[in-house]
Design a protein around this ligand. Structure first.
Ligand code: GDP
Ligand code: MG
Length: 349
């Protein structure tokens, strides 16, 4: 029985459950989740190590979660679609994931169009079947999709309830070619911890804010010093307008404190150390339309820059030096005190 391995891209419209599926298959939270579309902005690799079982060989699946397929209307959106295309390049199998509670719409068609060039081996994954009482309702959907693409398999699952995932894993492994393990046994993602910390903060922004704020915000980790017992992190939340900054800070700094505390607890769980988290909020008008700014957000690019500048991907050095625009920045830090100084709205938790 050969060891099988390969790259498997998860593709679909926003909110179909791609990131939930990635986390469920890997067994760890690698990608942030929210009920809001376009939560995922970068492609994320998650590694599933499948042990040898009775009558079945072992393998390694490198899953690649992608941003939701959509027609972009900003530099950020275009970058997200570049991430989708790069994830599709050279993958061995694509899992086209659809939300069975939604009607087929142009975004689903757009995802299928991406598949046609070049023609890629694909499974159709019908997600959220936990929300459908009569499973026979799935049949017309399957019919409709089968007419549009020649899927190798159709697999109904619930990523949230973890139903149907063992069957899916077996089918994926059986489809992959014989090959080497691409990642060592103890590695489950290619994401650096500092980027995951930024994502955890962004998840709290998505969960605690509404209307345009989730889409108008991003997070950059400015400093990440990992110690054996304590990790010091300083991060800046960028929004697009002063008004949004006010909402993000909240009355008496309450909102920022809530976001900071929830994020800190999660980062502590991820790193296994105590975390001292300092959060700043800055308005950067029109950042989503700034190609330069959007490119700076890409951690793969940041790593390349650092390799180029220092010869090594230095850990713990600032990922991004936020330029001081002179505008007052609001901040919060988890050190148990509250104070205000120098016109800066310093709120400490
Ligand atoms: P993505 O945009 O495709 O990555 O979707 P997410 O994984 O972020 O999930 C979007 C929303 O759908 C979240 O609120 C998830 O909790 C929810 N969701 C994902 N999978 C399932 C599922 O199998 N069943 C149900 N009921 N909800 C799900
Ligand atoms: Mg996602």
């Amino acid at each position: 029985m050969p060891f099988r391995s390969g790259f498997v891209c998860i593709l679909g419209r926003p909110n179909a459950g791609k990131s939930t599926l990635l986390n469920a298959l890997v067994g760890e939270k690698l990608a942030i989740i929210s009920p809001k579309p376009q939560t995922t902005r970068n492609r994320i690799q998650g590694v599933v190590h499948v042990p040898k079982r009775k009558g079945k060989g072992g393998g390694q699946i490198v899953l690649v979660d992608t941003p939701g397929v959509h027609k972009p209307d900003s530099s950020l959106g275009r970058k997200m679609m570049v991430e989708v295309r790069e994830a599709l390049e050279g993958c061995d199998l694509v899992l086209v994931i659809m939300d069975v509670t939604r009607k087929f719409d142009p975004r689903d068609q757009f995802a299928l169009d991406l598949l046609r060039r070049p023609k890629t081996k694909a499974f159709l994954i019908l997600n959220k079947v936990d929300l459908i009482r009569e499973k026979s309702k799935l049949l017309p959907l399957i019919e409709q999709y089968r007419k549009l693409y020649d899927f190798a398999e159709v697999v109904p699952i619930s990523a949230l309830k973890r139903n149907g995932l063992d069957t899916l894993l077996d089918m994926v492994i059986a489809t992959l070619p014989a090959g080497p393990a691409y990642f060592p046994e103890d590695q489950i993602t290619d994401q650096p911890a500092r980027f995951m910390a930024a994502e955890i903060i962004r998840e709290q922004l998505l969960l605690n804010t509404s209307e345009e704020i989730p889409y108008a915000t991003t997070v950059i980790v400015d400093n990440f010093e990992e110690g054996a017992r304590l990790t010091r992190i300083a991060a800046t939340i960028y929004c697009e307008r002063e008004g949004q900054k006010g909402i993000l800070v909240g009355k008496g700094g309450q909102m920022l404190k809530k976001i900071g505390t929830s994020a800190r607890l999660q980062i502590e769980r991820m790193l296994g150390t105590k975390v001292f988290l300092e959060l700043y909020v800055k308005a950067e008008p029109g950042w989503r339309d700034s190609r330069r700014f959007v490119e700076e957000l890409d951690w793969r690019r940041q790593l390349e820059h650092r390799m180029f500048e220092h010869g090594t991907p230095a850990h713990g050095t600032p990922q991004h030096q936020a330029e001081d625009s002179g505008a007052p920045a609001a901040s919060i830090a988890d050190d148990g005190r509250n104070h205000t100084e120098d016109g800066r709205n310093h709120t400490k938790d």
